[in-house]
Structure formats: C-alpha cells, structure tokens
Unconditional design. Structure first.
Length: 154
C-alpha cells in the first residue's frame, strides 16, 4: 500500500481507539479503531484490520480496511481489494480494485467536491431552536407582548 514519505505521519496503531474529531496538517495511517471525523490536508490511509466509523476528508484517501462513514477525497480515493465501505463518496478521482465492497452513493469529478462542500456547509447552518411553547405560533401575539411577559416574569 502506498504511503506518503513524511516523518510527521500520525499513526493510530493496531489496538488503539480514538473517539472524536482528528484534524491533521499531514498524512495519517489508521490501523486501530476510530469513531468521529478525520480531516487532513495530506493522505489518510485506512489500513487492513482498521475499523473506521468516521467521516474522512483528505487530499488523498487509501482504504484497505473497513469504513462506515462518508469519504471526501479532494484529489484521489483508492479502494483496494480488501476495502469495505458503507457511506457516500465524493472524490476528484476514484480507483476501485477488484474485490472492494462499497454500499452508498458516489460522485466523481471536481463538481463532486463542490457539492460535498455545499452539503457540509448546509449542515452547519444555524437553525432556529424548537420550542414547546405554542404561543410562538400565535400570530396575534406581538413583540411587545413578549417583552412585557419577559419583564413580568423576571
């Protein structure tokens, strides 16, 4: 399996467990278990025997293990013959070896990356909080009514 030649490679070793958001400037190799999200400006390699329950976004992604989550490869995504992926894929370029398993939606090309960026941005938009107070929907209640209630309640 190809790896970036970099002494600053982050390695999650076999038997290790990480839960959360992992943000990296350089390359990473995942051989253990990870849950959450991986984001790297470099290459992320999901090794054979790894258990990745995470969204992975990187310049290049090489999958040789199990991934349950979306993959976004800004340059290239490679699924080896041992890859098992359950999730959506967006990649500028995609290479799939015979024997790889993939269940999900796939989009390839520069437009795929732009669509993935738009989807991610829409997930982070601020949405109004839901309230159980039915008076919020009452069109007869004015802003001054709410202000006076707030003052009286205090």
């Amino acid at each position: 399996m190809n790896t970036e030649n970099n002494s600053n490679t982050t390695i999650l070793g076999n038997g290790a467990f990480f839960k959360g958001e992992l943000t990296l400037k350089g390359p990473a190799q995942i051989w253990g278990t990870i849950e959450g999200q991986i984001s790297s400006e470099g290459q992320v390699q999901i090794g054979n025997g790894a258990d990745c329950n995470a969204r992975v976004e990187a310049a290049t992604i090489i999958v040789d293990g199990d991934v349950d989550g979306d993959l976004i490869a800004r340059e290239r995504l490679q699924l080896t013959g041992k890859a098992v992926v359950k999730g959506d894929i967006a990649a500028a370029a995609l290479v799939v070896a015979e024997g790889a398993t993939f269940v999900g939606h796939v989009a390839v090309g520069p437009e795929a990356i732009m669509a993935a960026d738009r989807k991610r941005a829409s997930q982070y938009e601020t949405k109004p909080a839901k309230t159980s107070n039915t008076e919020w929907n009452n069109t007869e209640t004015t802003q001054s009514d709410w202000a006076s209630r707030a003052v009286n309640a205090a």
